[in-house]
Design a binder for this molecule. Sequence first.
Ligand code: ZN
Length: 407
Amino acid sequence: MKRLKRLWRAFEEPFGIRGVRTHWRRILGDEFAAVSPFLRRLRDPSDTYPCPRLGGDGCPRRVVVHGPEDIVAVCQCVPKACDTLKLQPADIVEYEFDWKRFCEALCELLHVVPVAEPLSLHKGLWQVGSWAVNATDHRPVFLVATATRTSFDAAVGALLIAHQTTFVVLSPTLRFSGGSAIEGLRRRGATLLSLEDILHPEGGKLVAAGTLSQLAGSGTRSEGATEAEENVFRREQDVWAISFAGKTVRLKHLAGLGYVAELLRAPGKEIDAITLTGYSVTDAAAGPNAGIDLADETAIRQVKSELDQRRTELARLAPNDWVRKGDLTSEIEKLEDYLRDVQGLQGRSRKAAGDIQRARSAATHAVKRAIDRIERDHGPLAEHLRHSIRTGNTLLYLPSEPIEWRF
Ligand SMILES: [Zn+2]
């Protein structure tokens, strides 16, 4: 399922974001449609308008209103770095993120009873609503969206002092969940969920992966389930015997089922599409002639192995080990960024690139076909695999919670 990324980054801006539609569109990219219902129009128009690039001292352009139908945006650089733009009144309407409306939407999406008025109790902290666990157990639900770990700790600290009973905290990501406050949350028996994991953009709207009862309950349910039920992905000659979540199916062999089994064997480990499909890249193309410096290659291997270790650790973490989860997630992001940068620069020979491309699409198609086939007989498993398998030049099985498989 597609994840929102830019929205969560925007939440981490220390002073919030205000700007014209063009500015928001630029910040949110293809997430704009799903987020635009939560933009609140401000009374005063903007006095700046974005430049085409992150420009010099005189950018962004300044809005000059000569009359209701005569509005221009002028770059203040000397000499002008960006064109002067003619604008309509709607172009300079300024918007900010509407936390109140977002809290209301969270209630609707997660089946939480909204509070009459979502008030900001502390910087970056809102009471969203209340979760009716059962007739007598109602737990307040809070949203904590902060720009730093320190402010996350401060907001959670304020909550722990104000509320003596247990509650639910929703946080855009778990990037800041490594501090002291987490220990307090755990002792209080609070539930912490990251919006990144439970909200997704779909057809220009936000959708939730489940109701709060389903999402908050799933951690404890699957902890018990791994004890009681066995998950199996086993090939018996021409048939695969597959058990998951208490249901067993038998499927005729497909290449993609074999690939899926390989991925399940190594949770958190990236496997090259080439390795999986057995496509061969010729030695000449893969060796030093391809323009890859050997020292660089060693460094990349090192980074890749560190990445593997962290992904494996992440996949095996206890569901409530938020401290480590936050740390690992941010380390993994850094390593992935590094790899993307170096590998982008390296370039590979056309021959190797062609083989990688072929292997990539062969593996991707085979895995998709296998999951489609599984879906006909075992919906929950297909859904689990779609959530946890990433395809591409390398393939990866990374379930959000560790799952024990037998082969
Ligand atoms: Zn400019």
